[in-house]
Design a binder for this molecule. Structure first.
Ligand code: NAP
Length: 303
């Protein structure tokens, strides 16, 4: 069934640790200069899934030496109250990074509020100015998960130039920016989504397959070509045979891994790298952004 021996497991935890070590001198330098990176996560109410996600960020920030604060707004906050909180943080010179944790209460749109974040402090890379960076090949405050997915490939020494890359999922924060980053690295990129007529016909052509949908087992063994690099961004909570909850990706790992040359596990793949990407962005934001027309390209990570 397979022409590939053992696939390389792209270990996101080990990679995230290396990124942290690479950046440690820069965090040290900032702290020594009295400019400690300080990231504030704004949340509305106490959604349990968000709490788990923010706990992961807090642990990451502690490991990096970045100050981290969760600012919890009243669950009854309206859009104006959230906007006011963001504006205060924009003005506060001690706050160098801001993120708005989702979901927001029903009826409040995230996009307009994310656009309220000062782009120089937008460490999740969700402001249009930073999303636009993907188009210009400006690798500063990139959307974290797209940066994690493509950065993990590049930093693992996998050739991207000239390869067929297929991205499944076209959300604004993952699929679309991941596609632009792959294009920026000179891959030939196809983007698939819910209305793609024959998904497998595309995924089977992929040298590099990035899947960010949120459907467990969407990508089966017969949808992947031998030797493909498979990056599974999906995070899905499912019940196992004992009724216990476990986390799986969008890729049927046991079927796909024997065919892949390299693959990310879930958990332990893109997830930890996304936290590292957030911290990388927080360090960059604290250091100060290069001018918009700076011709010097920043690396995705420190590679
Ligand atoms: P999203 O906004 O829900 O986007 C999902 C995308 O998948 C949409 O573009 C959707 O298309 C597409 N899609 C839906 N059904 C499909 C199908 N049958 N075939 C092909 N495409 C299909 O989700 P997201 O924020 O991008 O996140 C995607 C997944 O990544 C989720 O599991 C999420 O939990 C996970 N995630 C992981 C990390 C991490 O750090 N590892 C970070 C963020 C997100 P339409 O727009 O046409 O519906």
């Amino acid at each position: 069934m397979s022409t590939t021996a053992e696939p390389t497991l792209l270990d996101g935890r080990a990679f995230a640790k290396r990124v942290k070590e690479d950046f440690a001198p820069r965090v040290e330098a900032l702290r020594a200069a009295g400019r400690t990176p300080r990231l504030v996560a704004v949340r509305v109410g106490e959604d349990p899934a968000t709490s788990a996600y923010l706990r992961g960020q807090r642990r990451g920030a502690e490991r990096w030496g970045i100050d981290y604060e969760i600012r919890t707004l009243d669950p009854a906050s309206n859009e104006a109250a959230i906007r006011k909180a963001i504006k205060e943080l924009n003005r506060n010179p001690d706050v160098t990074g801001i993120l708005l944790a989702l979901p927001l209460p029903e009826g409040i749109g995230a996009r307009a509020l994310q656009h309220e974040i000062d782009p120089a402090k937008d460490v999740e890379g969700v402001h249009p100015e930073n999303l636009g960076g993907c188009f210009y090949g400006r690798y500063d405050l990139l959307p974290c998960t797209a940066l994690a997915a493509v950065g993990l490939v590049k930093s693992s020494g996998i050739e991207v130039q000239g390869k067929e890359a297929v991205v499944v999922g076209h959300s604004e924060i993952v699929g679309k920016p991941a596609a632009m980053l792959l294009l920026g690295e000179d891959a030939t990129v196809t983007v698939c989504h819910k209305f793609t007529a024959d998904l497998a016909a595309h995924t089977r052509r992929a040298d590099i397959l990035v899947v960010a949908v949120g459907l467990p087992g969407l990508i089966k063994g017969d949808m992947v070509k031998d030797g493909a690099v498979v990056i599974d961004v999906g995070i899905n909570a499912v019940k196992d045979e004992n009724g216990d909850t476990k986390i799986v990706g969008d890729v049927a790992f046991d079927e796909v891994a024997p065919k892949a040359s390299a693959i990310t596990p879930v958990p332990g793949g893109v997830g930890p790298v996304t936290v590292a990407a957030l911290m990388r962005n927080t360090v960059l934001a604290c250091e100060g952004m290069p001018p918009l027309d700076d011709p010097n390209q920043l690396p995705l990570f420190n590679q």
